[in-house]
Design a protein. Sequence first.
Lengths: 339, 339, 416, 416
Amino acid sequence: MAQMNMIEAIRSAMDVTMNRDPSVVVLGQDVGYFGGVFRCTDGLQRKYGEHRVIDAPISEGGIIGTAIGMGVNGLRPVAEIQFADYIYPGFDQIVSELAKLRYRSAGDFFSPVTIRTPCGGGIRGGQTHSQSPEGIFTHVSGIKTIMPSNPYDAKGLLIAAIESDDPVVFFEPKRIYNGPFDGDPDRPAVSWASHPKGEVPEGHYTVPIGLAEVVQPGSALTIITYGTLVHVAVAAAKTAGVDAEVIDVRSLSPLDETTLTDSVKKTGRCLIAHEATRFGGYGAELAAIIQKNCFYHLEAPVSRVAGWDTPYPHAFEWQYFPGKKRMVAGIRRVMETAA
Amino acid sequence: MAQMNMIEAIRSAMDVTMNRDPSVVVLGQDVGYFGGVFRCTDGLQRKYGEHRVIDAPISEGGIIGTAIGMGVNGLRPVAEIQFADYIYPGFDQIVSELAKLRYRSAGDFFSPVTIRTPCGGGIRGGQTHSQSPEGIFTHVSGIKTIMPSNPYDAKGLLIAAIESDDPVVFFEPKRIYNGPFDGDPDRPAVSWASHPKGEVPEGHYTVPIGLAEVVQPGSALTIITYGTLVHVAVAAAKTAGVDAEVIDVRSLSPLDETTLTDSVKKTGRCLIAHEATRFGGYGAELAAIIQKNCFYHLEAPVSRVAGWDTPYPHAFEWQYFPGKKRMVAGIRRVMETAA
Amino acid sequence: MANKSRLHIPRPTARPGDEPDFSYLDLSPAGAVDKPSVAARVRDIEYLSSGLVRVLDEDHTAKGPWNPDLDPEKLQIALRWMLLNRVFDKRMWQIQRQGRISFYMEALGEEAISIAQGMALRHGDMCFPSYRNQGLFMYRGMKLVDMMCQCLSNTRDMCKGRQLPIMYHSKSGNVFSISGNLATQYPHAVGWAMASAIKGEDNIAASWVGDGSTAEADFHHALTFAAIYQAPVILNVVNNQWAISSFQGTAGGDRRAFAARGLGLGIPGIRVDGNDLLAVYSVTVWAADRARRGGGPTLIEHVTYRGGAHSTSDDPSKYRPKDEWEHFPLGDPIERLKQHLINEGHWSDAKHDALVDELTDEVLAAWKEAQKYGTMNEGPFLNPETMFDDVYADPPRRLESQRRRMLEIEQNGGEQ
Amino acid sequence: MANKSRLHIPRPTARPGDEPDFSYLDLSPAGAVDKPSVAARVRDIEYLSSGLVRVLDEDHTAKGPWNPDLDPEKLQIALRWMLLNRVFDKRMWQIQRQGRISFYMEALGEEAISIAQGMALRHGDMCFPSYRNQGLFMYRGMKLVDMMCQCLSNTRDMCKGRQLPIMYHSKSGNVFSISGNLATQYPHAVGWAMASAIKGEDNIAASWVGDGSTAEADFHHALTFAAIYQAPVILNVVNNQWAISSFQGTAGGDRRAFAARGLGLGIPGIRVDGNDLLAVYSVTVWAADRARRGGGPTLIEHVTYRGGAHSTSDDPSKYRPKDEWEHFPLGDPIERLKQHLINEGHWSDAKHDALVDELTDEVLAAWKEAQKYGTMNEGPFLNPETMFDDVYADPPRRLESQRRRMLEIEQNGGEQ
Ligand SMILES: Cc1ncc(C[n+]2csc(CCOP(=O)(O)OP(=O)(O)O)c2C)c(N)n1
Ligand SMILES: Cc1ncc(C[n+]2csc(CCOP(=O)(O)OP(=O)(O)O)c2C)c(N)n1
Ligand SMILES: [Mg+2]
Ligand SMILES: [Mg+2]
């Protein structure tokens, strides 16, 4: 086992898969010689060469479009989109082609592309470096959508994604690249070193796609969340003094309904939290599923804490980000609702 | 008043606004000389000239991108995207630019673009002529999303959209262009002539954006839906013999929560229906809102009838489409749940 | 708006009722365009993008440096494939008109492109076609009955009923799955070619889009990546003068030939008479050779004409002269190859007619067989359960429960 | 993978530790490129895309047909603006380093472009800038203090705190809102220009992207629409040799000049010495004139060099030689104009130094003032409530309740 932050874990996932399988290639803007603006691919080009770690032009559509073609020709492309906010020029290739190729060709053709992209706010990135667009991908049949919350999962899930024959959009919450974040920006930054999930095996392992994880057991309330907010939820539950069961969804699609449902049936209360805009977000699906599956167990309506329905404003990042205060308020609301 | 089908009503909306306001321009593929593949712009170029009804190249991104620039220069562009399935190449311009321009410039710049696009299945169009992608637009702050279900609303809402300073994505359920459809493909086609909403004023009027409509009052159950399924819902309720209140959402965003909430508080049961893929769809948001607002009134979990989580298969259109059978089954499920 | 608009509006030379007018087409006589070495520098062969490579002259004689000197048997085979394409299309069109398939698109007048390029490429080369490349599927070994079964969405449909008619694919024939979304296949071809180069293989890729589709983003993406990585790929633009109701000027074709679109990226372009099988064959061999030797991509513009309606949903008499095709200066590719072979003494009208009859029978026989696997109204039917397959290699559980729910509803209205 | 890869990988001529090597740049001597009439046919002026229009020669003498013969006062003013741009950038960079703003981007070495083009355009012409066009905002009348307030997201920020630093806009100055998404402004400029033409007005539009951004779809969309409708627009590609860590060859720039990218669509391209204010001014006047007379779009490639880091988040020593800029053959635009003016007897080192001091004071004074409107840590602060404004002209109710909820939480943790 080694100590890794999320960047190192993600890099290690690519390293391990590239080492085992010569068909794995990496492409994206600045990923090669430079090693990526977040350093996730640092050293990979030196190790595997310019033909497997490819500096691509600034063309998200072209990166995804050509990656699909490479995948059809037997490679396993891992494409980096520099920021999730910049994935939209590649959206058509993802939705119309990558997601539907296997289906429309009845399984004769497919392309096992993995798209990695940093998402989320909390780094003073303003509205074009802070978005969490996972909700528009989870609605698309044919792709899988993942967002890890720690180095161990990041590496295990990314290896699983690269090895999967299904296309995967892999969101990396950049706020926690270097350490967990409890949602309070005034507290000093923490590193992964002190976190159990910062212990990461050096070699090959996978975290299976499609399983949620109970991060912390509890009996009073279930908080369903993912990405950065997992850490905020744990901290907020503590602050609120509520015995919350915190679940990290991890695999947004396919979704582990069982783990979620079992928990809420047990606790009878449910708070859903994500950083993305609330209206029409992924949390809506979670709420819709929980209220349906746990109708007779719910003592309060399923509640959501999410980004406001505005773009992510630079100056009001901490008013926008669903931090500890808002999470605590959300917990209290759910707890105070009379059963 | 005149008899109009939905195509005529939509055309009339453009005609009326172009006539009143010289800044209204129309652009899109085949919209000019030919009058549009669905004839929605037929005759407009002859009437308003090639400079206001513009044949555009096959470039959805270019159509929307240039329309934004035109809007910034004082025009009111109405862009047609030939099929909603082909809107994705323009997605970046919609999400990153059209939706955010007013916000990021603190109101100094905006572009009042309306994007019209035919959506939905039931016309044997296969997976690339049948999609209902409204759910990925409703999640985007800064745009409004509309889907009318009849000629009267189509015209009134389209005029409101064109006159609105906010960008609007206007989905036209093509299956009901020529007549309402109760979801049973084996029954002969019906025209709008016999439908009260086929009566449409010739001149200017608006249907305000942001208001749902109670299509049919009822006490046993609320069916919340929009587009083609409004007609299916009415027919299914009759077949099921259930006194359902049917609500046509019409304006998906902004959403008229009040009308929806009031109804479900009254009936105590709620079925949500849309043609789009279920997982992460717009129905999830409706379900999340209803369970929250009506928690103490619900006698059964909020249920959804929707397209399956697959692409829209050509051969199994009628197994995919949430038709009368499926709607009836959905109604029964909600009604049979013990209170 | 007080002032007069200054916007330039491109307009076709003729609308319904007008005399057809193709004076806008720059034509070179057969044999007039030089043939450079495949090792030529890009800047030295720009002339290929403005001239028009032609081999067959007005009198159907093959001439000039691009004459591939194919032997008569090969040409007879080529003629056969083109004819098969046409006979097949004609039959399928009628079948659609009879309501027995939901949709169809024909390649009328453009048959030479698929067949000549099919002949010029190697089997290991991968094709990323548009919806007017049915000839390529035929040439690469797809059985007519399989194509028909696809159009019928029946039990033998290679797409398992998921795609509109004509959206074929052929894994064994190395022809990619046709997409309804225009131009999306272009970057796939480039990516495929890049992978071929990465693997050190010498297979190349080829893709086709229409004149109208060049305006899409993916056209730019493909050219950009192809140029940067010198991908071994042939990028074809089939300029059939129309994109549904929009003439080629609506995609900027009246400003400069589509063949020139890659010049700014250093991609050589060749403008070829798309109705001249010999010329298309020849330029394709040249471009393939160049790509295989590491010379990078070539853009080929095929000047041709969409002889029929855009699709069975279209009515071109609404937007272009009815007799435009008859006036198209590059004629009919089948007629031209036929006359060439007759002139050379290798073919006759009688043989031709007999061949048409033979192919008509072949198509009819295929249609009879195809129907055995199911029609739109008569079984055997594909099992609707299969609609939940192949969404994923490893499907989420919710698809399984949706499958069950679908069956419940189909079987008993969901009452259980 | 047994075989050796055959993929072509573009590589810069020098990496850290290497000798800088600009031998790849095709340079023409000053005065060498002919100046055509604005009415010239596109095909006759292709040479403009491969040559390099230069006015100032090695000795800082203005020469040749493109010499705009600007009077010395104008040039002094130009020099002042360029210097202001540079002094401002330097100060703001320091301010970011001190942690007093969150981010910054400088235009070091590229100042001539914004200033020369600002001078060449009319006020009614609309500019759609990239993030390195701060000089354009200055030239078009934006106060330094306003630019600083934007960078501070303070109470006077024109963006009300919503954008990253440097994402300015100026309604009154006719400069569009800068987007973080690369190249998206390009089709906006074309659409704006189309609207100007539709309205029969003679205002034109101009837009700027970097070399790297030409690979984006919107570059293609803009060129295609501009060509088809002959939009009165100037499309600028600022080729500063780098796109973060990627050299211009990663966007295909080593295959052919960016100026040539529109040729295939019939859009003339001009390659200009971007560090020569006179040359940039001159080609811009030419292109603007051409557009205004209905001649359609022009693509201008400015050959320049990104003198500094990509942004405050970047460290270029990781990917290029530290001293590359010093070896750039086109020098420093400010230095060159300064020497020209000195040579002509209209300027002196002393005046220059005095001007730098004066501008430094001006910038300092502005910074003092700006901070009065709030800093990152000290008030006055923008009211967070305003974050819910301007999402819509006519906002949905849910935004109102979210605003209230936000206030509740800010005020009392949401306990009420
Ligand atoms: C992305 C996208 N936009 C629009 C369409 C609708 N459409 C189908 S075919 C067609 C015309 C294509 O013209 P062209 O590229 O010239 O090909 P041709 O039909 O002439 O072979 C259009 C607009 C589509 N299928 N995909
Ligand atoms: C759509 C999009 N993709 C990626 C980025 C990240 N990014 C910001 S600047 C930049 C480099 C741009 O280079 P260039 O266009 O040459 O402009 P320059 O910075 O040299 O002025 C990149 C990749 C972005 N902002 N937008
Ligand atoms: Mg065409
Ligand atoms: Mg650059």
